[in-house]
Design a protein. Structure first.
Length: 442
């Protein structure tokens, strides 16, 4: 296919898959600009939500007529974090996130990736994240690297100096995974109270179930303390968020169908997540499968059950069941973009943190703005990601916090990275809300 034919094919796909009225819903009012991290950093309309919508409309209308121009459009979309902070800021209710992911999917389908990119996508999106066993094996290798002395040798020989600075710093903040023999098996965990207040099915996630396995364990223990029966379906898989955000729509659909089938059998009142990014993508399964007659209703029912664990803890009266106490410390909270902007959860985590004796809570300026993690954004767009993170850490430092709380694994690693970049590892920690709550219980 010639370059011109590719441009025309992309135009046709935009016309068939992205409704013109959705694009025209954007009134160009600019309310999204102060909410958009990439616009804040660049002050460039090309990297704002309304600017990207204008580019999508231009593609649809045939105004982008060369491959060079199309690549500029693709670059603008790639630089977007996909944090969706523009959506609650938009008075017209523009569904920006849905249009962004459909645009990325169209462009990805028409691309001819190089051997390197094709290999990386196949290894990660097709292999690692769609195969729980491979994910567990990769995590076990990381654990071996950390425990065997290889990590100490690598650092002693300064091997990481051959990698980009942010990757060398990330290597220092990766958690040590739970050993395979110590990991929980999927099962039912009965309530620890006489009255069962709710039956919840837990989405365990890929990173959460491997690299952050202890956080999943903490979440289950908190829910059972609160009076919930917890079911963990064994046949669930990756949520598909990384596939969806990377334009691999077909892979995301396959994973969605696997997960819907796995959770339909539980009969649970809620489907629980403790990762904002996963929760938001699971919540959007209804849209993802809206064009499939056989799956549409099942997907919508599944999506309606998605709830963050913090909201359930508040709803079932967790704070009435337990006393929470920590050593005296200043604590601040960094919102998970997708937890706040898609699931609408902002108050519950703050209420839980502020209920702990010994905690002085300080609200961080711009806590609702993205930290720059955004899935694998800190790997694909490292310069912008680190720029956003460094500004985020200025706001963290202003709180004088000893503890930064997050509710998403990517945010947690990014905040750990920020602490490392600031040279504050001895004084400040980043922790998932579930782990902090269990620490306060114990």
């Amino acid at each position: 296919m010639t370059k011109q034919a590719t441009v025309e094919k992309i135009e046709t796909e935009f016309q068939e898959r992205i409704a013109e009225e959705e694009l025209l819903n954007c009134m160009r009012c600019g309310f999204c600009l102060p909410a958009c991290p990439t616009y804040i950093e660049t002050q460039d309309e090309v990297h704002s939500p309304r600017g990207r919508i204008s580019l999508m409309l231009a593609v649809r209308n045939g105004e982008i007529d060369t491959m060079d121009e199309m690549q500029e459009v693709e670059h603008s979309l790639d630089v977007c974090l996909g944090c969706r902070a523009c959506e609650p800021a938009c008075p017209a209710g523009v569904n920006y996130g849905e249009m962004l992911e459909e645009s990325r999917a169209i462009l990805n389908e028409q691309n001819e990736p190089g051997i390197k990119e094709k290999g990386i996508r196949k290894m990660t999106l097709e292999g690692l994240f769609k195969n729980p066993k491979q994910m567990q094996q990769a995590t076990s290798l990381l654990g071996f690297y950390q425990r065997s002395g290889l990590q100490k040798t690598t650092r002693k020989l300064s091997v990481m100096r051959f990698f980009p600075e942010h990757m060398a710093q990330m290597e220092r903040v990766l958690p040590t995974p739970t050993k395979k023999k110590d990991r929980m098996h999927a099962a039912k965990f009965p309530s620890q109270t006489s009255e069962v207040k709710a039956t919840v099915a837990m989405f365990k996630g890929c990173l959460m179930d491997t690299l952050f396995h202890e956080t999943n364990r903490s979440t289950i223990e908190l829910l059972t303390l609160a009076g919930c029966d917890v079911v963990v379906p064994n046949s669930q898989n990756c949520c598909g968020a990384l596939h969806g955000h990377s334009g691999e729509k077909s892979g995301a659909i396959d994973l969605a169908k696997e997960n819907i089938t796995a959770f339909e059998k539980t009969g649970a009142d809620y489907i629980i997540t403790n990762a904002g990014g996963c929760g938001a993508f699971l919540h959007d399964y209804g849209h993802l499968l809206s064009g499939d007659i056989d799956w549409r209703e099942r997907a919508e029912e599944f999506s309606s059950q998605i709830v963050d664990f913090s909201s359930v803890l508040i709803e079932v009266g967790f704070l009435e069941e337990v006393e929470l106490k920590l050593g005296n410390q200043i604590v601040t909270y960094q919102d998970s973009c997708h937890l706040r902007n898609v699931l609408g959860v902002a108050d519950a985590p703050r209420e839980l943190i502020q209920s702990m004796d010994g905690v002085s809570y300080v609200e961080m300026k711009g806590a609702e703005q993205c930290c720059g993690s955004a899935g694998i954004y800190n790997l694909t767009q490292p310069e912008m990601s680190m720029q956003i993170l460094d500004h985020k850490m200025e706001h963290v430092n202003a709180t004088a916090a000893h503890t930064i709380v997050t509710t998403n694994p990517g945010c947690l690693l990014q905040m750990k990275l920020g602490i490392e970049r600031e040279g504050q590892s001895e004084n400040v920690r980043a922790v998932h809300l579930a782990d902090l709550l269990l620490e306060a219980v114990e």
